[in-house]
Design a protein around this ligand. Structure first.
Ligand code: C5P
Length: 241
């Protein structure tokens, strides 16, 4: 059974910032309004792994969004190293060989492996261009079902895909959705956006929110607003994701 999480612990703030000093400052300003941070390529290649150690030492959770995909042995050993850091989540691409290697690499640790089925920037035309003879929707569902068979812990997907992913990946799968915009926030380059409440209603367990918090004049207030929306959408009586 999945543990029931406090609303605050379901928010993952994306630290998409160019350097550690700026990231540290955002974390300081958010304070205890958030407990979970995502570090991707941008910050990862600019000192983000050292920052992740600091965040872990301060009691925060860390999600490394590095979307690994390589030969099985390389993925397995890379995942083993990530597990050794003590981070909570790591992304990989949902190719069966990569997923099996990641599950082997995280054995004996608490690391949760999240699979990215089809990047949300890909549509059917992009897949055809890349040589696939399937639609994005079919491939998302096929890979989510394979993730379940292989023992992957969760799936990263758009909120619009969450219900179909839930059916394919099962009740125990974690569903993590980016592309979240609180009411009134600028959409930026995200095309299909959901409010926090709508994403929870679609079955998301965790929401990834970046710029609406990190570029806000008051990041703490922005994070608190998202957490309040999560709380309202997951009150008793509503199905707990
Ligand atoms: O700033 P924003 O809230 O759009 O940030 C969303 C985060 O989620 C970014 O770190 C982005 O890389 C990530 N992401 C996404 N869409 C996906 C997968 C990850 O926006 N399909």
């Amino acid at each position: 059974m999945k543990p029931v999480l406090a609303p605050r612990d379901r928010l993952i703030v994306a630290l998409d910032l160019p350097d550690v000093a700026q990231a540290r400052e955002i974390v300081r300003r958010i304070g205890d309004a958030a407990s979970f941070y995502k570090i991707g390529y941008q910050l990862g290649f600019a000192g983000g792994l050292d920052l992740s150690r600091e965040l872990l030492a301060e009691g925060y959770k860390v999600f490394l969004d590095f979307k690994l995909h390589d030969i099985g042995n390389t993925v397995e050993e890379g995942v083993r190293s990530a597990a050794g850091l003590g981070v909570t989540m790591l992304t990989i691409h949902a190719y069966p060989q990569t997923m099996r290697a990641a599950v082997a690499g995280r054995a004996g640790s608490d690391l949760k492996i999240l699979a990215v089925t089809v990047l949300t920037s890909y549509d059917d035309r992009d897949l055809a261009e890349a040589g696939y003879q399937t639609t994005a929707q079919e491939l998302v569902e096929r890979r989510a079902a394979q993730a379940r068979e292989i023992g992957i812990d969760g799936i990263v997907c758009a909120a619009s895909e969450a219900a179909a992913v839930r059916r394919a990946a099962g009740a125990e799968s974690l569903i993590v959705t980016p592309g979240i915009r609180p009411r009134g926030a600028a959409t930026g380059d995200q095309k299909r956006v959901y409010t926090p409440g709508a994403a929870i209603a679609e079955g998301a367990d965790f929401l990834v929110v970046g710029r609406p918090i990190t570029t806000s004049p008051d990041p703490r207030a922005a994070a608190t607003m998202v957490v309040e929306e999560i709380a309202a959408a997951s009150r008793p009586g509503r199905s707990e994701a």
